[in-house]
Design a protein. Structure first.
Length: 211
């Protein structure tokens, strides 16, 4: 049986290969997504793309307040793990990679200006995609171990829609979005795995979420 760390390394390696294979076709695929943007719904799509992560923030703020007021230890610890994931993966890691790779936004061309702080060279990876998938995986985790487990895939679909709109509004190339989504997924997996493995925490049952 392959150990969890080895599985993670294999998955990361597969994502890197997938991104590398996607790079030569980025512009072609992006053009197809941009053409999908209906002019009459352009404002709505841009709103989802640019502001769609804010409802996710609001949900976790509400969960943290609820957990604090009602002294639900697991919920509070999960929300703290969520904040750590957002900070270390969605903010620090994505920002570092943006600086290192310095990929131009689609509207600026297909240049790479490595090790730059210029804002027009911050396409890779997609921070919105990373952010959305961190939130989605944590919500999936909470819903899976609650009385609402049938809805656990809803946040993942929502995160995927945000990621796809980043292509539709010409803000990112497909490989940017794939890399960002993978960072969010692996970051959430890393902290959730540590949360579930905690000796004092254990794997939550449905009852433990609500008591």
């Amino acid at each position: 049986m392959v150990s969890t760390p080895k599985k993670a390394l294999v998955a990361i390696g597969l994502v890197i290969v997938a991104v590398a294979l996607l790079l030569p076709f980025d512009a072609i695929i992006l053009g197809q997504f941009v053409n999908l943007l209906p002019p009459q719904h352009e404002g709505l799509v841009k709103l989802l793309s640019n502001k769609g992560i804010y409802p996710l923030y609001a949900i976790f703020l509400a969960l943290f307040i609820y957990g604090f007021v009602n002294n639900k230890q697991h919920l509070k610890q999960t929300c703290m793990a969520y904040l750590k994931t957002q900070f270390f993966f969605s903010i620090l890691l994505t920002r570092l990679l943006k600086i290192v790779f310095g990929r131009a936004r689609p509207a600026q061309g297909q240049d790479w200006a490595f090790f730059t702080l210029e804002s027009k060279y911050d396409a890779f990876p997609s921070g919105h995609s990373a952010d959305a998938f961190v939130s989605a995986i944590f919500l999936y985790y909470l819903l899976k171990h609650s009385n609402y487990s049938n809805y656990r895939y809803v946040p993942i679909c929502y995160a995927a829609s945000i990621a796809l709109t980043r292509l539709m509004i010409n803000a990112h190339f497909p490989s940017d979005v794939l890399a960002g989504a993978a960072i969010g997924l692996f970051g959430a997996w890393f902290f959730i795995n540590r949360l579930s493995a905690s000796p004092c925490q254990g794997h939550p049952s449905r009852a433990s979420i609500h008591k």
